[in-house]
Design a protein around this ligand. Structure first.
Ligand SMILES: [Zn+2]
Length: 96
């Protein structure tokens, strides 16, 4: 990615965060460096913030169902939610 694209992506990300309320829906944490987009229904595979491309972010901004699909969570609450929902990225393959 070029520096220009990275800068554009940063702007889009900030816009999306602002649109989604700007704070973690669980604890109110507001430092965007640790805010993540969370799939409300846990659909699709989990992605870290780095997984969101410029195009993906642009599509999210234009998504009429944005508020039904995504919410903001801080990194802490995201991990806690994963733990609660058992949304582990890897399944343990060994058997006892
Ligand atoms: Zn939080």
């Amino acid at each position: 990615m070029s520096a220009k694209q990275i800068a554009k992506r940063k702007v889009l990300r900030a816009e999306l965060i602002a649109k989604l309320g700007g704070v973690c829906v669980r604890c109110g944490f507001s430092d965007e460096r640790a805010l993540q987009f969370d799939h409300i229904n846990g659909d699709g595979h989990k992605e870290g913030n780095r997984g969101y491309s410029y195009i993906r972010l642009r599509n999210m901004l234009n998504d009429p169902n944005l508020f039904d699909r995504y919410q903001l969570l801080c990194a802490n609450c995201n991990w806690i939610k994963r733990e609660e929902n058992k949304e582990y990225r890897f399944k343990y393959s060994h058997t006892s």
